[in-house]
Design a protein. Sequence first.
Length: 315
Amino acid sequence: MKPINRRSFLQTSAALAAGTVLVPTSKTLLARSPDEPLFKISLAEWSINKPLFAGTIDHLDFPKIARANGIEAVEYVNQFFMDKAENEAYLKEMKTRADGEGVKSVLIMCDNEGALGDPDEGKRIQAVQNHYKWVDAAKYLGCHSIRVNAFVRGGWGSAPGDPAEEMKLVVDGLRRLTEYGASQAMNVIVENHGGNSSNSAWLVKVMKTVDHPRCGTLPDFGNFRIYEEEVYDPYQGVAEMMPFAKGVSVKTEVYTPNGAPKPIDLKRMMKIVLDAGYHGYCGIEHGPEGKELEGIRQVRDELLQVREALASEEG
């Protein structure tokens, strides 16, 4: 399998976007025709991360697994094809597999490519450029976005620094990456993923400062633990992030100050999502170890029940 020549890759991606692959804009993510459901359901690949890391499930089989469990859209995680972002043959096989199952590729969650808010400008710019290949790959696959992290150092579980200083750094890196994403008609979206990014008020200010239609959020129902015992209210957090949302990550539990997870009221949370005018994909990110597929089906069924109940209330 040969690596992709960047020029030919972008030309191929552009041709696909002009033809059969349509990359949604913010408006199409919110739009809904009368015959469509209130929201769509997708599957985040992290739900099956343990068997993927163990090698008992092949990343290429992800669309097949989603379809077999009644889900018609997938959200990839770059960690499971980290060295394949520029491998044209591999990406083509991914696309073939998804198309063969009739499964929509929604986004790529990107980790381990450096901090977009690194205090060292050279490292920050390098982190931005490290994400370019994922923008290209996501476009080739027919996704609408890549999901990134608003980190300055470390990652999940790291202590947050000064909010104002971190905001300046993250805004700089995020704006640079968004400008590249926009050149490829792709969105760059940020998940609340620990540290200051799990403070929704802070993340909203980041969005307003970047001020670009291609930059948005991926509200995660469960990721509101800022650090140690500091936890943001999940319902308030999702409500604040939804005006900028281009995706939604569905969890069934939220972290609490004492470390014991607390169940999420899915109906309440999905009403917040719908009240914001969002009718796009909501990705299940739930897979208890050893019972991943059972857990996925359970959340799928809960979402279907909530959708039916909310539709009935709408009349």
